[in-house]
Unconditional design. Structure first.
Length: 216
């Protein structure tokens, strides 16, 4: 008979010639499915189980494993191995999502960079084309020019050009940059490491996840 089971990376595997022992118990056949649809449904169900629930079940089974006798040890160990496989598949699924999101983030950053570069070029293009039109109107002494799509008009305006700021009196300067005051973490770290007690600042310890992907 053909049988299906879920292998690594949640891939469905199958065998055409599966002959279970005549005395096989129902629990011995857990994890094997007679149809492809049943195997797919099992994957969906497994993906809905949270990592928290897998961890809780693993903790409980480890407690049982410490207390059970040798006869039950094999069955409990099988359950623990199945849970570890569930966790392995769950973590691989998490890793897949993390890598996809990181790729989207990097792609988004690159796209923002490209858009910014393009916008700056478009702004230069607009200014260049407008200057070309103005140059043409000045050469011909034309103040305005009409086309079927609109009217071009040379409008006089004036603006201040601070061509040498070193010569401008200080009273004509103003602060335009927003000043942000924030704790200097580097200096605070040096002070705490040297034994100084800094009120309002402290070390916090946390675990960071490092993922080392192996090439397949």
């Amino acid at each position: 008979m053909k049988i299906y089971w879920i292998g690594k990376d949640n891939k469905i595997e199958s065998s055409e010639n599966f002959n279970p022992p005549h005395n096989a118990r129902e629990e011995d056949l857990e994890g094997y499915y007679e149809t492809l649809e049943e195997a797919k449904a099992a994957i969906v169900k497994m993906n809905k189980v949270s990592l928290y629930h897998i961890d809780e079940a693993e903790i409980q089974i480890n407690k049982i494993l410490e207390e059970c006798d040798d006869d039950d040890n094999i069955l409990v160990q099988d359950s623990l191995n199945a849970l570890k496989l569930d966790k392995e598949n769950k973590l691989m699924a998490f890793d897949h999502v993390i890598n996809n999101k990181k790729a989207l983030i990097n792609g988004g950053k690159e796209m923002i960079k490209q858009i910014k570069t393009s916008m700056e070029k478009y702004e230069r293009d607009v200014e260049r084309l407008k200057n070309n039109i103005l140059d043409s109107m000045e050469r011909t002494g034309t103040k305005s020019f009409e086309t079927p799509i609109g009217k071009f008009t040379s409008v006089s305006s004036k603006s201040i050009d601070p061509f040498d700021e070193t010569l401008i009196p200080k009273k004509y300067f103003k602060e335009t940059t927003k000043v942000t005051v924030r704790p200097d973490k580097k200096e605070i770290k040096k002070a705490i490491d040297s034994g100084e007690n800094i009120q309002g600042a402290r070390y916090i310890h946390k675990n960071n996840l490092r993922i080392n992907n192996r090439s397949i």
